[in-house]
Every structure is written in C-alpha cells, then in structure tokens.
Design a protein around this ligand. Structure first.
Ligand code: PLP
Length: 386
C-alpha cells in the first residue's frame, strides 16, 4: 500500500521541545507565563507588528477583534465570501450579520471595487457596516491598499484575517499588519502551529491590553474576583506558546518549502490543458500555504471532483477550494455583493498536498497521478491523438 500523502501536517523544528520542557521544569503550565510574553514579543518582531495578544485560536482572535471595534447585535460586518467559516462565525457570536463580498480573479481575495461600490451605496442610505473583515487566503494577501483606502474613506475599521497568510507580504510588509487589527492562527494545519492557538495584533496598544483583559474573563483589578463586563477564556497556554516560539524560528524555512512545492507543481502540471494555478499578483509575495489550482474539466478531460477522487484512491489527500460562505446553508439569508467568481473558484478549484515536510517523492507521486489521469482521459477522446 502507498503511504498516505496529507494536505498539510505539523512540521516541528529543533527547539520546540526544549521550550516545552522549560515550561514543565519551571511548572508554568498555565494560560499565562514567560513563554506567552516572549511569544507575543517575538511574533510581533518577526512580522513587524506593534503589539500582540496570544490567544487560544484564530477564531477567538477574530471574536475579540470584532468586539473591540464595537460590533453589537443588529450590526452588519462586510466579510470576504471565499473563506473558512471561522472568518464569519464570530460575527454571529456578537449577534451581528455578515454581508459577503466576492473575490477578484487576480488574488482570489476580496474585490476592492465591489467593496467601494457597496460602501458607496450604503453611505447614501445611511447604513454603513460596523467593520470590514478581509481575508488573505491560502497564503496570499488581498489587494490591501484600495481596501484600506475605502475603509478609511468611510471611517470603518478594517480587520485582517491573516490566519492563512503568516509569512506573506503585501508591498514588502507583512500580511495582517495593514488593518486596524490583524489575526493569525496556529491551528495544526497552518504554516506554523502550536497545535491550537492564535494571535491578535494591532498598532493600538490599549486595544491589545483590552484584548488580554477580555481574554482572561474580564477580571477587574481587585484582590477578590470582580467583573464589570463579560469576557472570555481565550488566553494561550504557556506550554503551547513554547511550541510557538520554536516554530517562529523556522517560519522562513517553512515559507520557502511551501513556495518550492508550488513551483514544482506549476512546472510539472502548468502546461496541461485546463489547469491554471492560483495567480500571484505582483503587489505581494505569497507563502503558497496551500498550492491551489483550477481545472476546466472539458479541456483537461476530468473535472475537479474526478481528480480529487482519483487522488484519494491513491492515498493522496486533496481538497476543494473553500465553499464560499454565501453558498453555505447557515448563511442562506445573508446578502452577498457579487458571488460568481468565488462560486466558480469553488466549482473548479482544488488544493494539493502542500506541507513543508513533503518529500520530493510525495510531490512526484502526486504529479504523476494527475498526469496519468490526464493521459487516460485524452485516450478516451476520439478527437485527440494519444
Ligand atoms: C484556520 C482559519 C481560521 C481560524 O483559526 P483557528 O485557529 O482554527 O480558530 C480563521 N480564518 C481562516 C481563513 C482560517 O483558515
């Protein structure tokens, strides 16, 4: 039997276990501690952010960011539609409603023109959203300048979901540091992992201090337990922060390995009819956290689902591109601005095994499986020579 090749798995470096051991040796087995403080500082230094709060997940970080910009029941938040549900679920935790915005073709992320148009219309009718949440998908930044310009023009805070784009840049600066707040995830499948965790960053020091306060049950300064607000239990464990410190040290190598995967796939498969790789616009440098491509079934001879199933039979895990949130049953009553681009990317899009720990053999097996499927289907087509 072939060894399974998975989509994206944890890849530890040399120092993680030492940091974890230190947490055990000093008995800092708590959601506070020296690793948490150091992880926040080292993380901010690595990406050029001002202030950061380490939390238990990326989802928690988004929830805190939305709460900090004042999202309340009945509000609306504009949100990218082509993304994982965790970008939008915290909007509903606060009793607010997402309004989805379609992707552009050049980055697969929020289309800035659609955002401008939607904000213009809303300004005219006096019902602007409380926040805009832009997602930097699959290791690639959205076109952040025009998005930020639109938000600034209407005085709306921008939150960047950079859960998938740690290590990516936009015009030379780290993805996730453009908005008023940015969030990252260290879930097991992300580019670096703490097994579970997240980070909230901002230039606003007070807001980050408030985030730490809310993330530890909003406990007031008093010798007894006193609370004047409702908070959450969202702080990151000191043990896991130790893993994060080790992972940060290898981030650049992880980015290089994922970019290399992408280029090998592109060189070997990019010439096949019907196959197009996710473009990398010149405004940024992507990490290619996941290598994504679209398949035109007619030109290739097999569609996205046929390729996925054929790979699965050979123990190779691939996955459809995110199903846009405006097509999710749970958001059936939510408005979407545009929607055709993301729904087309969903129908045709596939994510290939992309871990930084894939071997050349893993890559070649995946490439050979897709090439073989193309050749097989070509021979079935009487109009083509084979
Ligand atoms: C993973 C992810 C999240 C959530 O992060 P968790 O740490 O898993 O809670 C949010 N948004 C996007 C786009 C993600 O990929």
């Amino acid at each position: 039997m072939n060894k399974p090749i998975l989509l994206s798995t944890p890849h530890m470096g040399d120092d993680e276990l030492e940091f974890v051991k230190e947490a055990f040796d000093t008995n800092w087995i708590a959601p506070v501690g020296p690793h948490v403080d150091a992880f926040e500082q080292e993380f901010c230094q690595a990406i050029g952010a001002s202030h950061g709060a380490a939390v238990s997940s990326g989802t928690a970080a988004i929830h805190l960011a939305l709460r900090l910009v004042g999202v309340e029941p009945g509000d609306e938040v504009f949100c990218s539609t082509l993304t994982f549900i965790a970008s939008a679920s915290p909007i509903t935790y606060l009793g607010a409603k997402p309004v989805f915005i379609d992707s552009d073709r050049i980055s697969w992320n929020m289309n800035p023109e659609l955002l401008w148009g939607a904000l213009q219309r809303r300004a005219r009718t006096g019902n602007l959203p409380k926040a805009v949440l832009v997602v930097n998908l699959y290791g690639q930044s959205a076109d952040l300048d025009p998005i930020l310009e639109a938000c600034n023009h209407y005085g709306i805070p921008l939150i960047e979901d950079a859960a998938e784009s740690l290590g990516a840049t936009y015009k030379g600066r780290a993805s996730g540091t453009f908005g008023y707040m940015g969030i990252y995830s260290f879930n097991g499948n992300k580019i670096i992992t703490t097994s579970g965790g997240g980070m909230l960053v901002s230039r606003d020091e007070e807001a980050i201090a408030k985030a730490r306060f809310l993330a530890t049950q909003a406990r007031d300064h008093a010798p007894h337990y006193q609370h004047s607000q409702i908070g959450y239990n969202y702080r990151l464990s000191n043990v896991l922060a130790g893993i994060g410190r080790g992972q940060l040290r290898v981030l650049d190598r992880r980015v290089a390995a994922r970019r290399r995967n992408f280029h090998i796939y592109q060189q070997s498969l990019g010439h096949l009819p019907g196959i197009k790789f996710m473009p990398e616009p010149s405004f940024g440098r992507a990490t290619h956290w996941l290598t994504c491509l679209t398949i035109d079934g007619d030109a290739f001879g097999a569609d996205r689902e046929q390729i996925r199933l054929s790979l699965a039979q050979q123990q190779i895990e691939s996955r459809p591109v995110w199903k846009p949130l405006h097509l999710q049953p749970v958001f059936a009553d939510c408005e979407c601005i545009g929607g055709d681009v993301s729904s087309d990317l969903f129908t045709k899009g596939l994510c290939l095994p992309s871990g930084s720990n894939l071997t050349d053999e893993d890559l070649q097996r995946t490439i050979a499986a897709i090439t073989a499927l193309y050749n097989e289907n070509r021979c079935k087509n009487p109009l083509l020579l084979c």
